[in-house]
Design a protein around this ligand. Sequence first.
Ligand SMILES: *[C@@H]1O[C@H](CO)[C@@H](O)[C@H](O)[C@H]1NC(C)=O
Ligand SMILES: *[C@@H]1O[C@H](CO)[C@@H](O)[C@H](O)[C@H]1NC(C)=O
Length: 209
Amino acid sequence: MASPVLKQGFFVAFVLTLSVFQMASASDPDITTDFIVPQNSTPDGNFFTFTGMRAAVPPDAPTAFNVTKASRAEFPALDGQSVSMAVLEFSAGSVNPPHTHPRASELLFLIHGSLEVGFVDTTDKLFTQTLQAGDMFIFPKGLVHFQYNANATDYAVALSAFGSANPGIVSLPTTVFATGIDSRILAKSFKTTVPTIHTLKRGLMPPKA
Ligand SMILES: *[C@@H]1O[C@H](CO)[C@@H](O)[C@H](O)[C@H]1NC(C)=O
Ligand SMILES: *[C@@H]1O[C@H](CO)[C@@H](O)[C@H](O)[C@H]1NC(C)=O
């Protein structure tokens, strides 16, 4: 039997670990310098400038759903700054499938067209809205959400801001059906048959070039 003192020690350690984890997951870690520069480089204005969105302004009518990201990977100056952005372009009828960003909330600003958006909270309650150009919608951190351009003729364009330099993406269709999880496990999980799971998996395979 562990002594009461030892038990209490474990409990305190457990609570401390939890609170450290909560602090760490509240936003990106604070940095102790003004900004983070890759080793052996001298930053100038160019380092703090990202030009990769020029092709999206003004937007051409997209032919599919297309995301252009400016996160830490594309724009290294964001490292340590807890922010990033993406331009989301939706052709008529296209969808951004259900997904989550484990490290960031997302503030979406619709600049053209209309967009059906929604998220599901941890009690399985669905919140949906139809946005018009000029509207903003917040997707709370870590929750499953989606966007759909229901208009059959007009495209839609949105700007999304994230509360992390590296929000990350977990796309449910891909994560569940395109990573090699055993079809028997998925069939039991989704209360369906293995052939049905195979059909879903085939639909997510990249088209052969
Ligand atoms: C996605 O958008 C970017 C920026 O506008 C553009 O350069 C790229 O060609 C687009 N990709 C597709 C598949 O439309
Ligand atoms: C689709 O978009 C066009 C152009 O913005 C608009 O006139 C039309 O009312 C929209 N259709 C629907 C069903 O919202």
